[in-house]
Design a protein around this ligand. Structure first.
Ligand code: NAP
Ligand code: ZN
Length: 346
């Protein structure tokens, strides 16, 4: 067993504490990663607070992992010690079902194995990236392009791929009008990626406080959803709306902003159900869809895309002792635009 330093939480209302966790000894195709940076995703907070259902505590969250390979199993061919690598939201899948074979491991028919709060194929609970080391089978490790520093690479492993995948799937590109709802961790990546894909991007944020940043990220326009006129002015405007909001919002108001045949994709994942009035979909043959992260091949593609287009998240690096206060700030939408833990402070 390999010992790793970590930060764990013992219950929905508990603060983070220092912990020592065990990583398995390397299997033939495993890679040992010395974690350098770990992003804080709102999903970590939903999970740590038990909002998505019961959790087995102690829990070590973190699925935006960037680090350096320090050792590999005997049959590993893709990586060697010294490589700069990343790990996202999943660490394994069956590898055999139709979806896995199509490179959509996130939709594995037997269920992918999440980076934390899951159970691995050895029957052990998985623990995430708020830790010094992790052991992952090589097929679930991606290579970080040299052009991207490790601290800003970390958030790409979830916030980057979760927005890249639906933008890609629903054809964001030249001639398409795309709206991004919520400009937090996911939202600020979505704006940059959709802009780089060639789409005309509009941000729909609660206020105009972050307007300057939004325009810098590549948005053509920026509206406050707290102003009722926004919904009148933008009625029937968009081909695609990406909702990244972590809370329950009046989704029907946003359906009204779609064109004929437009699609609203929800990536935001509040614990409570959203209430849908189908009339707002029926009227203009609109679609309401969901999307979950992206496959490993697509994650590698997203990293190359970001390197090529100079896209990186805007981050605030924190120490391991600042996780609780970072959670509070994320919950009050006070984040510009991703907290990243410097693991050397652990
Ligand atoms: P985040 O950084 O907290 O950003 C969420 C943004 O939503 C906030 O910055 C805020 O933007 C807006 N918002 C928050 N509360 C709101 C409210 N009550 N009403 C209206 N707008 C509100 O969170 P994140 O890390 O980007 O994650 C966003 C959501 O995506 C979470 O639910 C997370 O679990 C989910 N997620 C899903 C996937 C997937 O695979 N589908 C992957 C990762 C994360 P403004 O200040 O601009 O209004
Ligand atoms: Zn995430």
């Amino acid at each position: 067993m390999i010992k790793a330093r970590a930060r764990a939480v013992d219950g929905p209302d508990q603060p983070f504490r220092e912990a020592e966790i065990k990583r398995r000894d390397l299997d033939s195709r495993d890679v040992l990663i010395d974690i350098k940076y770990s992003g804080i995703c709102h999903s970590d907070i939903h999970t740590a607070h038990g909002e998505w259902g019961p959790v087995n505590y102690p829990l070590v969250p973190g699925h935006e992992i960037a680090g350096i390979v320090t050792d590999v199993g005997a049959e590993v061919t893709k990586y060697k010690a010294g490589d700069r690598v990343g790990v996202g939201c999943m660490v394994d899948s069956c590898g055999d079902c139709e979806n896995c074979r199509n490179g959509e491991e996130q939709y594995c028919l037997k269920g992918n194995i999440p980076t934390y709060a899951g159970v691995d194929k050895y029957g052990e609970p998985t623990q995430g990236g708020y830790s010094s080391h992790i052991v992952v089978t090589e097929d679930f490790v991606v290579r970080i392009p040299d052009a991207i520093e490790l601290d800003v690479a970390a958030p790409l492993l979830c916030a980057g791929i979760t927005t890249y995948s639906p933008l890609n799937h629903w054809g964001a590109g030249p001639g398409k009008k795309v709206a991004v709802v919520g400009m937090g961790g996911l939202g600020h990546m979505a704006v940059q990626i959709a802009h780089a894909m060639g789409a005309e991007v509009t941000v729909l944020s609660q206020s105009l406080n972050k307007k300057e940043d939004g325009l810098q990220f590549g948005a053509a326009s920026y509206y406050a959803t707290s102003e009722p006129e926004t919904f009148e002015q933008l009625a029937g405007s968009f081909d695609l709306i990406l909702n990244t909001v972590s809370a329950n919002i009046d989704i029907n108001a946003y359906f009204g902003l779609l064109k004929l045949d437009g699609t609203l994709v929800n990536v935001g994942a509040p614990g409570e159900p959203l209430s849908v009035n189908v009339m707002s979909l029926i009227g203009h043959r609109r679609s309401f869809a969901g999307s979950m992260i992206g496959g490993i091949r697509e994650t590698q593609e997203m990293l190359e895309f970001c390197a090529q287009h100079n896209i990186v998240p805007k981050i605030e690096v924190i120490t391991a002792d600042e996780i609780d206060s970072a959670y509070k700030r994320v919950l009050s939408s006070d984040v510009k635009y991703r907290f990243v833990i410097d693991i050397s402070t652990m």
